[in-house]
Design a binder for this molecule. Structure first.
Ligand SMILES: *Cc1c(COP(=O)(O)O)cnc(C)c1O
Length: 408
C-alpha cells in the first residue's frame, strides 16, 4: 500500500505502511532479503537499473526499502536512511551538514557519545562546537555565529530530561541560515510532529523503541525534502548500510510501537507518581507528568497518547551513592544495563555533571534513570519498594565508588 497518507491515524499508518496491502496476494510481511549481489537478465536490464537503489545490496533491498517507507510514513518525512547504530546516524548526519570552518551549536544535555564525536573527529576536521543550555529558547540568538550551520537539539535532554523550546530555537536557527538536527529517540517517530516544530533532520536510535525488543542495534535518519539528497550523498560515500534481518526486526517492532508506547506511558505515570511519594526522592524527572519540570512545553509540542517510559529521579542531598547502589542491587525486575526502549524495565545510577559544560554544578546529588517496561505496575512498584527498603537499611558510610563512565 506504501502508505504515506497523513489523513490516516498514526496507529493505522504504522500497521500498513511499507506493505503491499490488500490488492497484492501473498504473505502479510515483505520477505526478509539477505543479499549482496543482485542479478540482471541482460545488459539492457542492468543499464535500466543503474542510478536506482536496486543495483547492489549496499543500496538496500526489499526489506530495508519497506522499513524506510514505513518510517517516512510514521514521521511524515521526505526521506529515510538506515544506519547500523543510533550513534552512526548522528555522526553521518553531522558529517553531511558540516564542513571545515563551520560552527555547530550542540545542546549541553546531548547523549554523551555525540559530545565525544564533537570534541573528537569534528574538532579534528576543523568544525567548532559551542554547547548551549537546553533551556535557552530564543536566547540562542546570542550564540549564533556567521558560520553556524547546524543547531542540534535533543529533547528531553539525556539523563536530566529538560524539554527544549524547539519552535523558538528553530526560528532563530533558520533566520541565521542554520538547519536544525534533532536526536528524537525519546519522542520516537510518532511522539510529535517533528517537521512541523521546525526540525529539518530527525534522528532515532531505533535500537530503543522502534526495534523495541532489545535484540538489534540500528539508527534512522529522517529528513525533510530540502536536505535529503545532501545527507544521502554523504551516507552513500561512507558506505553505510544495514542487513535485511535487522530491518525485519525493526519493521516488526514498528508495527506495535503505538500500542507499546501507550502502555509504557501509563505505567511510567504510575511509577513516577509513586517515586514522588518516597521521602528520599527530591524530584522526579518525567515531563509527561503534570507538575514535573518541562510539562507545559511537553504538552504543547508532544502527543499525549505516545509518551515513553524513560525517566529520572533525583535523591535528597543526604542520600549516598551506596544507598542508591543498595536500592538498585535489591530490585529483581529492573535490569541493570545501558540502552532502553525494550519491553523490559531497567535501572541505572547516573551522574550527569560528568558530561556537562553548562550548569554542571546543578546535578550533584545521586540520581537514577529508570526505564519502565511492559511488566504489570503492581509488580514493578513492589520491586521498587524492596529497593527503597534496602536503601533505608543502608546507612553505614562506606568508601566512595566510581559511577560507570559510559552512559547510554
Ligand atoms: C542509545 C542512544 C543513542 C545511540 O544509539 P545506539 O544505537 O546505541 O548507537 C543516541 N541517542 C540517544 C538519545 C540514545 O538514547
Amino acid at each position: 500500500m506504501n502508505l504515506v497518507e497523513p489523513a490516516l491515524q498514526t496507529a493505522t499508518r504504522l500497521t500498513h505502511a511499507g506493505r503491499k496491502g490488500k490488492v497484492h496476494p501473498g504473505p502479510v510481511n515483505p520477505p526478509i532479503v539477505r543479499a549482496s549481489t543482485m542479478l540482471f537478465p541482460d545488459v539492457a536490464a542492468l543499464n535500466n537499473a543503474c542510478g536506482t537503489r536496486r543495483v547492489y545490496g549496499r543500496h538496500g533491498n526489499e526489506t530495508t526499502h519497506a522499513l524506510e517507507q514505513a518510517l517516512c510514513s510514521a514521521e511524515n518525512a521526505a526521506g529515510c536512511m538506515l544506519t547500523p547504530s543510533g550513534l552512526s546516524a548522528i555522526t553521518t548526519t553531522l558529517l553531511a551538514l558540516l564542513q571545515p570552518g563551520d560552527h555547530l551549536l550542540m545542546v549541553d544535555t546531548t547523549y554523551d557519545p555525540t559530545r565525544l564525536f564533537c570534541d573528537g573527529l569534528l574538532k579534528q576536521i576543523g568544525v567548532t562546537t559551542t554547547y548551549y543550555d537546553p533551556l535557552i529558547g530564543r536566547g540562542i540568538a546570542a550564540l549564533m555565529q556567521k558560520n553556524t550551520r547546524v543547531v542540534f537539539v535533543e529533547s528531553p535532554g539525556s539523563l536530566t530530561f529538560e524539554i527544549q523550546d524547539i519552535p523558538a530555537i528553530a526560528a532563530v536557527a533558520h533566520a541565521g541560515g542554520a538547519v536544525v538536527v534533532s536526536d528524537s529517540t525519546w519522542a520516537t517517530p510518532i511522539g510529535w510532529d517533528s517537521f512541523d516544530l521546525g526540525i529539518d533532520v530527525s534522528i532515532h536510535a531505533a535500537t530503543k523503541y522502534i526495534v523495541g525488543h532489545s535484540d538489534a542495534l540500528m539508527g534512522v535518519i529522517l529528513t525533510n525534502e530540502a536536505l535529503h539528497e545532501r545527507v544521502r550523498n554523504t551516507y552513500r560515500q561512507l558506505g553505510i548500510t544495514i542487513g535485511g534481518d535487522d530491518a525485519a526486526l525493526a519493521l516488526r517492532g514498528l508495527r506495535t510501537l503505538a500500542a507499546r508506547l501507550a502502555v509504557h506511558r501509563d505505567s511510567a505515570q504510575v511509577v513516577a507518581r509513586w517515586l514522588q511519594q518516597q521521602p528520599e526522592v527530591a524530584e522526579v524527572l518525567y515531563p509527561p507528568l503534570e507538575g514535573c519540570a518541562g510539562h507545559e512545553l511537553w504538552k504543547r509540542d508532544f502527543k499525549p497518547e505516545y509518551a515513553c517510559g524513560l525517566m529520572g529521579a533525583v535523591f535528597r542531598a543526604d542520600i549516598t551513592e551506596q544507598q542508591v547502589a543498595a536500592l538498585i542491587d535489591r530490585t529483581r525486575l529492573f535490569g541493570i544495563g545501558f540502552s532502553w526502549g525494550g519491553y523490559e524495565s531497567l535501572i541505572l545510577p547516573t551522574k550527569p555533571s560528568a558530561y556537562r559544560s553548562v550548569n554542571a554544578g546543578q546535578w550533584q546529588t545521586p540520581m537514577l534513570r529508570l526505564h519502565v517496561g511492559l511488566e504489570a505496575t503492581e509488580d514493578l512498584l513492589a520491586d521498587l519498594a524492596q529497593g527503597f527498603d534496602a536503601l533505608r537499611k543502608t546507612s553505614e558510610p562506606q568508601p566512595a565508588r566510581n559511577y560507570l563512565k559510559a552512559v547510554v
